[in-house]
Design a binder for this molecule. Sequence first.
Ligand code: ADP
Length: 254
Amino acid sequence: TTTELELVNVSASWDEGIGELFEKIQQENKSRPPHSDPGMFFTNLYVTPVLRNISLYLEKGHMLAVAGSTGSGKSSLLMMILGELVPSEGKIRHSGRISFSPQTSWIMPGTIRDNILFGLTYDEYRYTSVIKACQLEEDFAEFPEKDKTHLVEGGVTLSGGQRARVGLARCVCKLMASKTRIVVTSKLDHLKRADKILLLHNGDCYFYGTFSELQAKRPDFSALLLGLEAYDNINAERRSSILTETLRRVSIDE
Ligand code: ADP
């Protein structure tokens, strides 16, 4: 059985240990300009939630793409879905099992193909399309035995980028086996393919819906990103800062 997920008006804050909080207040007080109101800092520390009033519904077998500015709460949202962060308000409901695939991927001993299939039966059409989508063709060409090349524990023979692509292919392979998926991404290509998109900015929902709804409801945002040549192909860090800058710009304009 695959999983269904629903969030209804969910808000959450990260708790800070009293000790940590105390230290932070002392530091803030030291760096505080003399004329400012000390109460302000307590307010900031206590009440700023990491996620505010988030609602979404993900059908079984569907894909949700989560994108947003740096520090907007994407990881916190995942932690909440995994049960690590308890909502302070709202309801969260899901059926079935949830697994998490982190950005830095791990490699098990075996061939590259084993590492991608990870127990799934080999289906040539599906496998080839995943390899293309994850841009692994060029990587395979480098190896003496292509995707039949054996990897040792720790994956020392793969570069960081190659490891990430293998991990992604593994994940996408599973995705294609009609699982419900939540992908944190900044690529437009992924947003286009997703059934639903959640765009976060400063803990708020900037947009929730399909890609065509995004273009209709957030035309400025869409036009800015779609107008950037090769946005999807630049490195992830730069793409993420462009997305952050774009969200800042459009949310000030609105
Ligand atoms: P994103 O993944 O979108 O970059 P995060 O969810 O990591 O954003 O961060 C959102 C906010 O929550 C940040 O202010 C960050 O400092 C805070 N935060 C994230 N994880 C924790 C944690 N485990 N404990 C306390 N604060 C956290």
